[in-house]
Ligand binder design. Sequence first.
Ligand SMILES: [Fe+2]
Length: 492
Amino acid sequence: MLEIQKKYTLSCLPSDNPYLTDGWQPCDTEWTASTPDLKVIGDIPKDLNGVYLRNGHNQIHASLGKYHPFDGDGMIHGVYFENGKATYRNRFVRTTGFLAEAAAGKSLWPGIIEPRRAVRRGWGSIGAMKDNAGTDVKVHAGRALAAMSQCSEAYRLDPITLDTLGPDPTWSRVLGERGICSHFKVDEHNQDLMFFNFGEQPPYFNYGVINAANQLVHYEPIELPNATWPHDLGMSEHYCVIHDLSMFFDPEGLKKGQHRLRFFRDRPARFGVIPRYGKSQDVKWFEGIPCTVLHLANTYEVGDEIVMEGGIKTNPVPDLSALPKEGYARMNAMLSLDLQKTRMHRWRFNMKTGQTLEEDLDDEVTEFPMINGRTRGRPNRYVYNALIKPKWQLDGLKKYDWKTGKTQRWQAPNGCFVSEAPFASRDGAVEEDDGYLVTFITNLNSGRGECAIFNARDISTGPICTIVLPGHIPMGAHADWTSATALKSQPA
Ligand SMILES: [Fe+2]
């Protein structure tokens, strides 16, 4: 099968914005395409069964003000694997904002860096953006849930057809406009979903749990001194770790309606360890070196300690003084993961002594850590990250083995960029790294996207199989793997 479902006119193009061109150029077509009508280089493993989903921001309309790569409409690209066959689909998440702009034929909401242009109420932590649902996607209770980093209604999609099913009819009404933030966590051992949201008005942060039966069973405001700017949430077997970091909107500016993200380099990072079903007064706070954190690899418990591993940034705002105020140089500098020098780091929070111990795990700049989902919340040995090129481009993969200290790496060819590459267990696998990494490749040389499959035990030799997709796939945000077994076991 090779079908165009819908074609769009992208009035955001042409553009000189670096996040609308080259690897970031949005795609204009929704496809359904399956083998054998897709070219396959190598063999699709028959013991790789499930669905790989990747979200990303895919702008359609000319933006109100300057476009930022977190603004575009969420588009899910997915490949469903079954017994050596594959089907690719990509679909916009049809959010309320998406539908309203489609009806108007133009942008109705500004983006994250120009909220003052808003003329109507929006969604999320700023309250001015469109609910683009474009950052994260994970499967829970038989549905894929797409959410954005600045909080929004989480949109449900069929995880295979990618049809939008709308916000959950029960719990999304309770959460209201704040909704949930990207990087909610699903415990694969019991299907609890832990989430948070945040905003500029008290309560600045809420924490909650949705259980396997898709019921909101816990929702608590967490007391914080000021509005914060978290991105991820640690999840261990019995606890979650709340992030109150050193980078947030300047509180003085916020009082005047200004959104100036500042790094307060003398303000320690704060991490709140809360029992999975705990309340604000149960949070045990720990301090760490001033930093901000986008993405965690894992959080787990060892004796009296909660151990959290992820990418730390201790100097996240590069020197902008020499850069012109106009143009895209400042936005590029703020978004360049290489300039932020993100590196793998470990925090150990001692629940008895209240002490935090920290150590860097690597000097190299890497991001988007992925692990075997069965080890999420439990001690793990392996982590799979993306290598970073300037301007937020992912140009390879790196595997860490914490037990031996050894690493493996694979460098993508020139003009090719990877997406976040989740680990997919081989059917019947017992050992932690017995499986595959699945990712999309944005290939600027051919103009055609690819789905690449790596042997997770040896990524250095490159993909063992590449499926050539019918159209361009822009670089994007977060990805998820759900096995066929898990899909079947979850009642939708
Ligand atoms: Fe993220």
